[in-house]
Design a protein around this ligand. Structure first.
Ligand code: T4K
Length: 404
């Protein structure tokens, strides 16, 4: 680390600390030879999609791994969410967090269901069950909860609320592949759970996802809906869409599954390295994972308390970007502050005080197999340097931009 004075920071004209860009969502690849062998195979077979042999194999491997009865592979989690919402018969209003990726809300609004944004528990970043209960109206038909950062929601209280009010409960498990709750793998809770295997997730199929459920009836419905409602040649028995996973995607998935433990190990190593290096930096708190459970450690998330750092999260982020460290402010500014929700519910923030606060504090850092241990050290040194000089950096940026 070569930053000795403020002028060494790239934001003030110094050399960027990293020559290459360090990303939060750099894809993990796995064994390239295995992947290419599978791609060759599927080319020879000339079977590219529509429930091919790789998709079959992928689905059964996933079911086995998660200990769940049914797994339906889909082309992305957003369509998986939309199909599951429809298959469950959700209508009217569905309670969901604003502190989530926009796809969670869009999957509801896309089918004219109102996402009712609910506040979170600031400790867990997940839906606060007490706030959920307070938002139930006669129009509420369900709860769509996200396991943010792969940390399980308050599953039992949510199940109780859903049962008490006769609501459907499903989970956006986009972040939670390979994670467990009370010793059971995520994928087994609520009526159904939806995973994302997007390129930026620690386990990816380029684009892709999966819906898991222990209900035979729901699984059959979701399968039909994923393939236009076809139940056989020339026979459509249900309203459906195209949500199918392709064979190259499943080939990537099968290859990734063979390296899953390695991906988690790398994430955990980076996570621990960050934790140790940042432990005594004032105003910085890293989100914690429950060590007794299985975690994928795919998100390294800081909460920045600017009263202690004397520099805002946004300026820290700008300083890092100038150094080629592309930290991300997930999930700033919150779904309720994005369109169309911002126009539909201009006062939603009043009911979301914890979400509003958290959106100003979070910063996700690069991790995964695309990042080396020395990159983690470099990022930690930069964060420490910027925060140690927090007030001065802040002042200098303001004077340069004429702000404040
Ligand atoms: N629910 C939740 C809670 C989710 O987080 C997500 C997705 C979904 C549902 C929907 O799942 P999918 O329908 O996507 O399966 C990214 C991802 O695109 C998105 O999948 C993910 N969540 C979200 C948290 O992050 P962006 O708009 O931030 O992506 P982007 O393009 O800025 O990429 C992030 C970083 O990764 C960049 O620094 C570049 C790097 N990157 C990205 C890609 C695609 C690479 O290095 N290589 C790549 O191939 O949303």
């Amino acid at each position: 680390m070569t930053k000795q004075s403020l002028n060494d920071l790239a934001i003030f004209g110094g050399q960027p600390a990293s020559e290459t860009q360090l990303h939060v969502g750099r894809p993990n690849i796995g064994n390239r030879q295995q992947l290419l062998a599978r791609i060759n195979d599927l080319l020879d077979r000339r079977w590219f999609t529509n429930n091919g042999p790789y998709v079959h194999e992928f689905e059964s491997r996933l079911s086995e791994l998660l200990g769940v009865k049914h797994c339906i592979a889909v082309c992305n989690a957003t369509i998986g969410l939309a199909i599951t919402i429809r298959a469950l018969g959700m209508t009217g209003e569905v309670i969901t967090p604003s502190f989530t990726f926009i796809a969670t809300a869009h999957a509801l609004q896309w089918q004219e269901i109102t996402p009712v944004f609910c506040d979170i528990d600031p400790q867990t970043h997940n839906l606060d069950p007490r706030c959920v209960a307070a938002l139930i109206t006669p129009r509420t038909t369900g709860i769509l909860a996200t396991h943010v950062w792969g940390r399980p929601c308050a599953i039992e209280p949510l199940i109780e609320i859903a049962q008490h009010h006769n609501l459907k409960l499903m989970f956006d498990a986009a972040h939670a592949f390979g994670c467990s709750y009370a010793g059971h793998m995520i994928g087994n809770f609520g009526e159904a759970e939806v995973f994302s295997f997007h390129a930026t997730k620690f386990f990816n199929t380029f684009e892709g996802g999966a819906v898991t459920t222990n209900s035979d009836e729901l699984a059959a419905k979701i399968r039909l809906m994923t393939n236009f409602g076809f139940s056989g040649y020339d026979r459509v028995i249900y309203l459906g869409v195209n949500g199918k996973m392709s064979e190259p995607a499943a080939a990537m998935g099968l290859t990734g599954l063979e390296c899953l433990d390695e991906f988690v190990a790398v994430n955990r190593r980076h996570y621990k390295r960050y934790e140790e290096a940042l432990a005594d930096v004032p105003g910085v708190r890293m989100i914690q994972y429950e060590e007794a459970e299985r975690n994928n450690y795919q998100y390294v998330v800081l909460e920045i308390d600017e009263t202690a750092t004397h520099i805002t999260r946004d300026l820290i982020s700008s300083a890092l970007h100038a150094e080629n460290v592309l930290a991300r402010r997930y999930f700033y500014p919150g779904c309720h502050r994005m369109e169309p929700y911002r126009s539909y519910f201009p006062h939603a923030g009043l009911l979301l005080p914890e979400t509003e606060k958290l959106c100003q504090r979070v910063l996700s850092l690069p991790t995964g197999t695309g990042v080396e241990a020395q990159d983690v050290d470099l990022i930690c040194d930069l964060i420490r340097f910027v925060i140690e000089h927090g007030a001065e950096v802040s002042q200098k940026i303001s004077s340069l931009t004429g702000a404040g």
